[in-house]
Design a protein around this ligand. Sequence first.
Ligand code: AMP
Length: 272
Amino acid sequence: MKILKTIEELQDIRKNINSNVGFIPTMGALHDGHISLIKKARLENEIVIVSIFVNPTQFLPGEDLNTYPRKDEADKKICELCKVDYLFMPEISTMYSEEEILIKAPNKSYILEGLARPGHFDGVLQVVLKLFGIVQPTNAYFGKKDAQQLSLITQMVKNLFLPINIIPCEIVRENDGLAMSSRNVYLSNEQRADALLLSKSLYLAASLVAKNERDTSILTNKISEIMKNLDVEYIAIVDREFNEIKTIELNNTIILIVVRFGQTRLLDNIWI
Ligand code: AMP
């Protein structure tokens, strides 16, 4: 595996690659969720490129940009073990210039995650577009865990006619059901135990759907009931384009939950 620190190095290498390139953009502190994306890319492409870049433009003032977990050495080992070909770790100063063309995410990026973090998705789309320009992947891998992000990136690729396949990947969980996240390290033992209610309530909702419950308000109430002692930011039931729905549509529904544990926001969702 080669570690590339500059954009020029990657561009030089990319020029000489004529086979499929699988790309996994990350912010590092890699866990089994990221690893599952890398393994899928490894199976489906001749060349696999992972980026680690904690992108400042997607953090709002007061968020955890400066304390976001960094584990560069462990991440390098993980990528090596996963047989990544190139690990791209650019400096912030090389990724951004003083004056930037800005990307404005569509209105639907200002609901749910975008309501809580206005401008977050502008920053996500901006950095992903830059990375796509540098890496020029054939296939790019994103987790369903960040469902709204996945939806917006899919839309960006479509709207801008980018010749890239966006590959959605399943959510990887701890054995007890907690969705893996680099931010789980922020949780105290007690918060970690309470956090299990997220997946528990999503599984319950899915089991009710399996028993033919289709009314989203009933499902939302059941989830709220389980979460009643937690600081729930939102429970939403949307279609795959993020329109709120009143009736469950099989194979076209996502149930999303966000709960605050102090400063930490935990996201989870289930695709129905
Ligand atoms: P991040 O490093 O948090 O920006 O995540 C990089 C990629 O990994 C994104 O596409 C995430 O959706 C994905 N990802 C993060 N956690 C998980 C998980 N538990 N399961 C599957 N994919 C994940």
